[in-house]
Each structure stands twice: as C-alpha cells, then as structure tokens.
Design a protein around this ligand. Structure first.
Ligand code: FAD
Length: 381
C-alpha cells in the first residue's frame, strides 16, 4: 500500500485464501440464510480455523496480529459475497471484540475475547435504544451499584447478532448527572437472569444477519462485568468505532462490486434491438461510472485503513470513506437493477438483494448525516 498503491504479498495471499473461502464456504449458505433471516452460525468455527475472526488481534489471544488493511480485505470479500453475513461478522469482530481487546482486563480477554476469536462465542454491541440512536448520550439504560454487584435496567434496539450472540457489550449510565463521562460499558452474558431478547426485528435487507430488541430488567451483574474494570469508558468505546466505520466502508465497496459485476455480466448476454445491451452507450456509461466510483471508494477506504495501521489520525478519512462508499453502493445497486430492467426487480435475481442491502450503508455505524457532521468538524467548520 502507501505510495505504490498495492497490497503486500501477504495481503494478496490472504485475499486469495479469503476469496476461496467465500466461494466454497459462504456462497452456498447465502440463499438459505436470507430465507431464514438468520446468520449461519456454522460459519464461525470455519472462519476461526482460518484465523479470520482474529485478523487484527494479538497472537497471545489466538489472533493473527495482522493489520486493518488485511481485515478490510475480509470485509470487502464478505461484502461482495453477502452483505448480511458481512454485517454479522463486522458486529462480532469490530463492535464486540475490538473494545474487549482494547479495554478488557486480562480476565475479560480470557473469558470473552479468546473464545470469540476461536469461534466458540458470538458477541454484539448494544448502544442504540428506541429513543436514542445518533444521539447516543440520550440513552436511558442505567446500572446502579449494590454492594458487590451492578443492577442493569433498560431496553436496547437494533442490536446486530442480538438473537444469536452469547454475550453483549452494553452501554449504560452509571452516573446520570454526567452526560459526558457518566456512561459505562458492561459485559453481559446472554443467560443472565433478567436479560431477555424481546423480539427479532424484520427488515428490508441484510436478512442473513439478525437484529433484535433486548430488555434488561433488574439484571444482576457481577462487579467485574464492567469493561476494563472502570466506569466511564464510553468515550473510549466511541473512538474504537472509527475502526468499525472503516471496515463498513470497505464492506460497502464489496457490495457495490457485486452489483457492478452482476450488471456487467448480464449486459454481455442480454440483447435488445439486435445487439448486446452493453454495446449501447447508455449502458456502457453506467458500467464505466460504477467502476470509477467503486475504485474511488475503495481507495478512500483502504487509505483510511492504512492510516489507522500507521497510528496516524484518520477520523476525517474514516468518515469520508463511510459517507462516500454509502453513496456509491446505493448508486451502483440502483443502476445495477436498471441494467437488468424488469429482471432486476425479480427476487430470483441477486440484483434485487443488492438493492435492498445497499440502503443500510447510510444508516448504521453513524448515519451519512452524522459522518458529514464529523467531516465538517474535522475541517474546522
Ligand atoms: C440493520 C441495523 C443494524 C444495527 N446494528 C446496531 C448494533 O449492532 N448496535 C447498536 O447499538 N445499534 C445498531 N443499529 C442502530 C444504528 O446505529 C442507528 O439506527 C443509527 O445510529 C441511527 O439512529 P436512529 O435509527 O435512532 O436514527 P436517528 O438518530 O433518530 O436519526 C433519524 C434521522 O435524523 C438524522 N439526524 C439525527 N441527528 C442529526 C443531526 N445532528 N444532524 C443532521 N441529521 C441528524 C439521522 O441522520 C437520520 O437521518 C443498527 C441499525 C440497523 C438498521
């Protein structure tokens, strides 16, 4: 990467291995997972076997100790194969495991991170609530201390992996008077009494990953359920979301690529007015624009990942990559349907799934409006 704009030999080898994995292990599961509207959990041990759940994590905990660029290669290839499955993996790795690896105590890493990397446990992150999304500090969930335990109360919604997870990383106020530093992070086991998955949410796209509403009712947590053993870790957690944003942008690039490749291939076969439709400038220009936009989004995303790996500031670049890739994937998915004409509208053609899946890019992990607020702030506006 860097000035030569290329991946290292190791990164290219990983891409080849991941491509093969996606073709042989992920692709055959997509249709059923989309129909069942649930993540195919049998993938976790298989991914773990290849080290794919711990690309960026320390070897000490079973990870590969590789870089964010390599993790993005996984996000791109999974996104290209199935955006829903990519989303489930992204929630496990970037939203649950990353905060654990950054802030967890050694005991917490042993209990949660190690089995998460080995594919035995699935994690989720719960910040959003029915009345608090973009304005995360408006959450109502709270935890009060009673002798040697915490009592957690509240409702979370839109939690990816909420149904299939074994544990949840939960944001809750421990000091309601302090909006800035009063939110703490808890590790909550699924089988904790008082923890209920109240409903699975049906949604437009990304059907092969689940989202759920979670209720915590007088949920008793041990003292050491506090992530890192300290209160007030919310701001630090929010900073780790930069990494998730970068993966998300590249996942969108993967999905946009799938939409492009599908349309390209169709355009070479379909005939109208006595010729292949890709010979019409109206169609070939669409494809040329798709390829150009995708390449631009890919460069932005991998540049942000590269900056992240160098330990350089990348808040602005991560948000730019997230914002732009969201526009690109929606545009490519819409034009992809257009290239297929009526067939693009039929559920039996993948273009329809790409179209439904693309919309989420501008909503999760910070909406496009929120990304613009961050970019403007970074520009000093
Ligand atoms: C499929 C899916 C999976 C998800 N997974 C998770 C998960 O795993 N964990 C989790 O905690 N959450 C998750 N979420 C929630 C997601 O992060 C929120 O939906 C997102 O942050 C937006 O919050 P909201 O839906 O409450 O919208 P709101 O915050 O109510 O926003 C509504 C609209 O107002 C705009 N808006 C809000 N504030 C401003 C502003 N200051 N300036 C300009 N415009 C503004 C928004 O951009 C949006 O267009 C998921 C959501 C979905 C749909």
């Amino acid at each position: 990467m860097g000035l030569c704009f290329d991946f290292s030999e190791e990164q290219n080898m990983m891409r080849d291995a991941i491509k093969t994995f996606c073709k042989e292990e992920v692709e055959p599961l997509v249709e059923n997972a989309e129909k069942q509207e649930s993540f195919p959990i049998e993938l976790y041990p298989k991914m773990a076997e290849m080290g794919l759940l711990g690309i960026c994590f320390d070897e000490k905990y079973g990870g590969l100790s590789l870089d964010k660029v390599t993790e993005c290669i996984l996000a791109e290839e999974l996104g290209r194969t199935c955006a829903g499955i990519a989303k489930g993996v992204n929630a496990h790795v970037d939203l649950a495991c990353l905060p654990l690896s950054k802030f967890g105590t050694e005991e917490q890493k042993e209990k949660y991170l190690v089995p998460s990397i080995s594919g035995e446990l699935i994690g989720a992150l719960a910040i959003t609530e029915p009345n608090a999304g973009s304005d995360a500090r408006a959450i109502k969930t709270s935890a009060t201390q009673e002798k040697d335990k915490w009592i957690l109360n509240g409702t979370k919604t839109w939690i990816t992996n909420g149904v299939i997870c074994n544990y949840v990383v939960v944001a809750a106020y421990t000091n309601k008077e302090d909006r800035k530093n009063g939110i703490s992070i808890f590790l909550v086991d699924k089988d904790t009494p008082g923890f209920l998955v109240s409903r699975k949410i049906e949604k437009l796209g990304h059907r092969s990953s689940d989202v759920a509403e979670l209720v915590f009712e007088n949920c008793e947590l041990p003292k050491d359920a506090l992530l890192g053993g300290e209160e007030g870790k919310f701001q630090a957690l929010m900073e780790t979301l930069i990494a998730a944003r970068i993966s998300h942008s590249i996942k969108s690039v993967g999905l946009a690529t799938a939409a492009f490749e599908y349309a390209l291939s169709y355009s070479k076969e379909r005939e109208a007015f006595g010729r292949k439709i890709n010979k019409f400038q109206g169609i070939s220009f669409k494809l040329a624009q798709m390829a150009t936009k995708i390449e631009t989004a890919r460069l932005l995303g991998y540049k942000a990942a590269w900056l992240y790996d160098q330990g350089r500031p990348c808040v602005k670049e991560a948000s730019m990559a997230k914002l732009y890739s969201a526009e690109v994937v929606q545009w490519c998915a819409t034009e992809g349907v257009q290239v297929l004409g009526g067939y693009g509208y039929a559920t039996e053609y993948a273009a329809e799934r790409f179209y439904r899946d693309a919309k989420l890019a501008s909503i999760t992990e910070g909406t496009s409006e929120i990304q613009q607020i961050i970019i403007a702030r970074e520009l000093g506006i």
